[in-house]
Design a protein around this ligand. Structure first.
Ligand code: GDP
Length: 456
């Protein structure tokens, strides 16, 4: 399947470029950046918490906050004023829920954190997945209110599913926010009870204890968000970091700048001048104006005419950047959302069959040979079948428990082969973490997630 486009000449420049040096020269004085996804059960208080945090860190203007305050008062929904910072569309506001993965930024002294605020509703899991595939770290928000933590944490509640999802998609640093602690009188016992339940579960889900923190907060009152605890009932037992410190202390993942170029396309639109635009994230490598690239599974060749980040023109963009690219020399019909742009010297594998290591959850009918699914890979959604069940494996050791199982039920971990009807661009997780993660969905429910282990 690897039909390298070796007839396609790239410039000498492109072949010999030192990406790391270029990056250091251009971005030396810039703040480090990472993407954070906020997950948790519906109504855990995610939007309120993040809105309040954005406001307290000076990332929302007084004017905008005042507008939200006035509007929420008028509707008698004042407790929503912070949440509205994140939910900008009228429909969401009317329904009082966060639907899409809204993006905002928290800028601190040394860091820029892009927030991917995940929706809590069940039907919106696809949006969350696309957010989670971009996330470097995650905040898990749980509601400390008696009964509420329990319902979010039960089987079927989103606390568990979200945590398993982000872990399966490669996120390993997790900040757990024990939120709404005002509703239980800042009780230490309640905090400790929730922490011990979550600790056991998160360990099982594959998080290392040293990569998980627990922070008591109230998104509504603003307690322990950007200042150390002040609430008398809280300071008697908590002297740890506030939420902003937790966020600043996340270890920043290295940008994979010195790898071959891979960019995943999340949107396509008509450009202002010649050619057309695609937008998405540079997963690895560097891309420069005038570079030649290969597009998607068709491996058509195209030339980069212009690059922008947040509408500002750039000569070079790097791994980790969210960019818009103007392309010329390629038929727009050959580009689809979810396809990958790569460099001609080291093109991405194109295949219809690969092996993956998956964990299964939420299946009503166990997975058997020939099971049809919708495959999610970055922004790509493609019909596929599980065409072979290779082995059941142990969740943590990875040892083969049983070869050729007849079916896979909930909570099983397995090696399977997946076949798509059309060729897709995909990488092994071992080669390109960013492009080796997959999810499978059936009838609107995520049934499995995992990583690509072999490409046929
Ligand atoms: P989301 O669905 O997770 O985004 O939750 P929201 O931010 O929309 O909050 C759900 C409800 O909980 C709203 O009525 C909020 O006013 C309320 N809420 C959020 N945070 C807190 C908190 O810290 N304390 C209390 N008492 N209520 C909160």
């Amino acid at each position: 399947a690897r039909n390298a486009a070796n007839t396609f000449k790239v410039s000498k420049d492109q072949a010999q470029r030192n990406a790391k040096q270029l990056y250091e020269k251009e971005r030396a004085d810039q703040k480090s950046q990472f993407h954070m996804i906020v997950i948790g059960h519906v109504d855990a208080g995610k939007s309120t918490l993040m809105g309040h945090l954005l406001y307290d860190t000076g990332n929302v203007s007084q004017r905008v906050m005042h507008k939200h305050e006035q509007e929420s008062k008028k509707l008698g929904k004042q407790s929503f004023m912070y949440a509205w910072v994140l939910d900008e569309t009228g429909e969401e506001r009317a329904r009082g829920i966060t639907m899409d993965v809204g993006q905002s930024r928290i800028e601190t002294e040394s860091k820029i954190v892009t927030l991917l605020d995940a929706p809590g509703h069940k039907d919106f899991i696809p949006n969350m997945i696309s957010g989670a595939t971009q996330a470097d770290v995650a905040l898990l928000v749980v509601d400390a209110t008696r009964g509420e933590f329990e319902s979010g944490f039960e089987l079927g509640g989103q606390t568990r599913e979200h945590a398993i999802l982000v872990r399966s998609l490669g996120v390993n640093q997790l900040g757990v926010v024990i939120n709404k602690l005002d509703t239980v009188g800042w009780s230490k016992e309640r905090f400790t009870e929730i922490v011990s339940k979550l600790k056991a579960f998160l360990k099982q889900a594959g998080f290392k204890e040293s990569d998980v923190s627990f922070t008591p907060c109230s998104g509504l009152t603003g307690e322990n968000l950007t200042k150390r605890a002040q609430e008398p009932a809280l300071i008697v037992w908590y002297t740890g970091p506030h939420l902003l410190e937790v966020i600043e202390n996340f270890k920043i993942p290295d940008r994979a700048i010195d790898r071959p170029l891979r960019m995943s396309v999340s949107d396509i639109y008509k450009g202002t001048s010649s050619g057309f635009c695609i937008s998405g994230r540079i997963e690895t490598g560097v891309l420069c104006v005038n570079d030649k690239v290969l597009v998607g599974a068709s491996r058509e060749q195209a030339q980069v005419k212009a690059l922008t980040i947040d509408e500002l023109s750039q000569s070079n963009v790097f791994a980790g950047d969210q960019v818009a690219v103007t392309l010329a020399g390629v038929d727009v019909n050959n580009i689809t959302v979810g396809c990958i742009i790569c460099d001609p010297q080291t093109p991405i594998p194109v295949t219809t069959r690969f092996q993956a290591r998956i964990i299964v959850f939420n299946v009503k009918v166990p997975i058997t040979m020939g099971y049809p699914v919708l495959l999610h890979h970055q922004s790509l959604i493609e019909p596929a079948t599980v065409c072979k069940l290779t082995a059941l494996i142990h969740k943590s050791t990875g040892e083969v428990v049983k070869k050729k199982p007849r079916c896979l039920g909930n909570n099983s971990c397995a090696l399977v082969e997946v076949e798509t009807s059309r060729p897709i661009c995909i990488e092994r997780y071992a080669d390109f973490k960013e492009l080796g993660r997959i999810m499978m969905r059936v009838a609107g429910v995520t049934i499995a997630a995992g990583m690509v282990t072999k490409i046929r």
